[in-house]
Ligand binder design. Sequence first.
Ligand code: ADP
Ligand code: MG
Ligand code: ZN
Length: 608
Amino acid sequence: MKEEKKPSRKPLIFYYFIALIVWLLFNSILAPGLFGTKVQEVTYNFLLEQVAAGHVTQVVMENDRYLFTALDENGKERLYKTGLWPDYSELTEQLKEAGVKFGGTIPAKNNSLLTSILGGILSLLPLLLLGFFMSSMLKKRMGDSMGNVMSFGKSNAKIYVEAQTGKTFLDVAGQDEAKEALTEIVDFLHNPQKYADIGANLPKGALLVGPPGTGKTLLAKAVAGEAQVPFFSISGSEFVEMFVGMGAAKVRDLFKQANEKAPCIVFIDEIDTIGKKRDNNMGGNDEREQTLNQLLTEMDGFDGAKGVVILAATNRPETLDKALLRPGRFDRRIPVELPDLKGREAILKVHGKNVKLDSSVDFNTIARATSGASGAELANIINEGALRAVRQGRTTVSQSDLEESVEVVIAGYQRKGAVICEREKQVIAYHEIGHALVAARQTESAPVHKITIIPRTSGALGYTMQVEEGEKVLMTREEGFNKIATFTGGRAAEELVFGSVTSGASNDIEQATRLARAMVTRYGMSRNFDMIALETVTNPYLGADTTLSCSPETAARIDEEVNDLIRSAHEKAIGILKENVEKLHELAHFLLEKETISGEEFMAVLNG
Ligand code: ADP
Ligand code: MG
Ligand code: ZN
């Protein structure tokens, strides 16, 4: 509906003006004389009498009638018609005698068949015009909704139907739990009767929840592909822009179509856009609520045994209306989480099949370097790697392509042309080595994989990449503290070597603060608060926003705690660098010279 222009609102005077013109037109047509006289039907005898009286001016034979004009008592010409009399010799004589023109054509404005048809249309025209303007005025009043509802179902319905999605569970890597939960649905779609016979009710709907890019849409398509049934999909966001009543109508239409095609899958993507909690206050989004209500009605109404399964996906499950999650609706919840180490490797392998890889490729290393990446990001990394190989004129993708694209996805492209002066380059090199040294000198922190001072398009001037040995799901207090110390290591090196600080640490500051805050408010890792939830996460899958749930006094104490935590980590970092100050200089110069060094090179210099 995006492309539909809102009709411009014309002032009311415009319509009065149109009405006036229509009225004038209407009058003029009915008024005799302006467009010619009306034809009056008379007897043959009347014609003879008029001829005898010498009033007739002209006579013409047309089909089986006489049309004639005669002057009335006021001397005005009038038009008459009469039936044909078999014996017309007498009339002909009389006409000759009276010197009346006969046999010729009477002026077209008065009487030809064409004119009478035209006249008919002309006299209807004002009515038509009036009707047209009336209805368009009415439409405007009603906010344009009528016309659209009426045309709905033909042009506007953006319901996508795929006879075959072409996706299978093999296309979805990792996500084993989700696949297992969905296998039952596939089996049900294959054979609904088996379930009906025993009297089992399969859930009508399943809700896929998880962060963006984890493969929810892909999974829904794979279910349809595995079951070899049609796939109806519609995105919740498409309901948002619609006019009142449209959303509900579309839902109705969707279910009607699905019922005809059963067994099939109906997939509602981004269901949170219509399924948000309904609130009681007036002036809420009526359209959304109507759509939601219609969805609930349809879900209750249809016969689950027919083999229609409704899947929905969202990354904001916490905002959904409780009514949607009731038994008989989306009562099965399938988590689709970010992939773990094994999952990431599997996803890389699935997408790696589509590109030509050389023997250097080691997906395990890439997977370890991409903790926290989603399936979509991993797919992107493979593609970026392939693009880089093409750019460099190679025919296969190498490990260094993939490693570079990890950095592209995390930190943006290299800015080779960026000019950075020697002095600033030094600061950046010391800053990065500061991070790396602090990380290396602490136990419980991930080993350094790569350090670079080539600037990136994201704005990063340098970059230290750490790769976890294995997958960690828990974080101890010490690990958290060490991480903060590593974040502060860059700034600490600047202070130690140059005696002043730069703005280069802004991202470090952000990350350190976020972690320290979470440790105090959510992980119960501060000394002054016990296991008390000071903050709650409001949307776990999107950015993990938090809301503070404590008194203002406590909030002030939290800030102090966070500051103390970061300060002591910062002091620890400075201490580590002071102890290793020669290595700091040596490594910084090494990095300045090479611009990019690997973890092994770093360790080699550090250890001797
Ligand atoms: P979501 O709907 O959860 O936001 P999508 O299903 O749209 O995510 O995933 C986007 C793309 O990312 C997919 O088309 C696919 O290429 C890739 N992808 C995501 N998760 C996986 C996965 N588990 N296995 C394989 N590819 C995946
Ligand atoms: Mg999606
Ligand atoms: Zn830094």
